[in-house]
Design a protein around this ligand. Structure first.
Ligand SMILES: [Zn+2]
Length: 323
């Protein structure tokens, strides 16, 4: 099925539909207890078949509730996920998810605010929660094979940048330039980015050690001398000399993969998000890593992966009012 706003609007007409839709994407027909992980649960059928009375006012809620066969506790598809405790309709969440999964350059809080008639705080918070579910699984394996590494600066003033990395779109004024390191595993196309405190040999070495099995990998970088030291742990280290106008080294090394990713990232930060604070940059990197790493998937497969990662990620910071 091709998942678009149109097909979603046709299929998901009520909140009950939205719950069921989310259950399908997340559980594929086998609900898993949100409390103990047990895979047998009973659906608690509401008395009137579709809605149940909840809350102090006994208002009817379309929330679909399950009861675990083992720990006997109740849960829904939202329990302990990034959607936990939300007051925004699940239909709206699904629509924002579809939009986010389809938007290469990302989608701004302003657009969400306008399209879904929510407050600016709610729009911002929804996007942040969804970015959280785009964050890579902390248990994801290490990268190996041909690894392309490159760094760029986000949020910096143009004049502070190295001449070869300057571009015409300046970032927000008065912000600090923050170095971002991205690693691409060439075979799978997976990308992993992180903010570095500073671009030093020791920091690059540490970052590479955390994400790459060096003894099974070949490293491709540009000519930056700082990569020399971390490069020694790899089977081979090929460098492309951009200063000499080289785009592919004599051994076939190229950093084009990462440069494509960086231009997408910058286009998005400039064009859609306008300004990203240093504090929130890691979340945007999660989003862009996810989008880039899944670029060959269909929008619906991407959304399914995103929902698969939504569990166990309740955000710890306090929801803003109006959630
Ligand atoms: Zn349980």
């Amino acid at each position: 099925m091709k998942l678009t706003l149109r097909t979603l609007a046709d299929q998901v007409q009520t909140e009950g539909d939205a719950y069921a839709f989310l259950e399908d994407l997340r559980w594929h027909g086998n609900p898993v207890c949100a409390h103990c992980g047990h895979d047998k649960a009973y659906f608690l059928t509401p008395k009137n078949g579709t809605t149940r009375a909840t809350g102090p006012n006994r208002t009817m809620s379309p929330r679909r509730v399950w009861k675990c066969a083992k720990c006997r506790r109740q849960f829904s598809v939202l329990t302990n996920t990034v959607f936990h405790g939300t007051k925004v309709s699940i239909r709206s969440w699904l629509m924002v998810m579809v939009q986010m999964c389809a938007a290469k350059n990302g989608i701004s809080a302003r657009e969400i605010e306008r399209m879904h008639d929510v407050t600016p705080e709610t729009a911002w918070y929804m996007l942040h929660r969804l970015r959280e579910s785009m964050r890579r699984d902390p248990l994801a394996g290490m990268l190996q094979g041909v690894i392309v590494a490159d760094e760029t600066y986000i949020g910096g003033k143009e004049k502070n940048k190295h001449a070869s990395r300057r571009d015409s779109h300046a970032m927000g004024r008065g912000t600090h330039q923050v170095p971002v390191l991205s690693l691409v595993e060439r075979e799978s196309g997976e990308v992993r980015s992180r903010v570095l405190p500073r671009v030093t040999g020791a920091n690059l070495e540490q970052a590479l050690k955390e994400d790459v099995i060096a003894e099974r990998s070949v490293l491709h970088t540009d000519g930056l001398p700082t990569y020399r030291r971390p490069g020694r742990a790899f089977i081979e280290h090929s460098r492309v000399d951009h200063e000499a106008g080289e785009y592919v080294s004599p051994t076939g090394a190229t950093t084009n993969h990462v440069e494509g990713f960086f231009s997408q990232l910058k286009r998005s930060i400039d064009g859609t998000h306008h300004h990203v604070s240093v504090e929130h940059l890691p979340r945007y990197l999660d989003q862009f890593d996810f989008m880039y790493s899944t670029r060959k998937l269909s929008d619906s497969a991407r959304m399914e992966r995103m929902i698969g990662q939504a569990g166990g990620r309740r955000l710890s910071y306090k929801p803003l009012t109006g959630q």
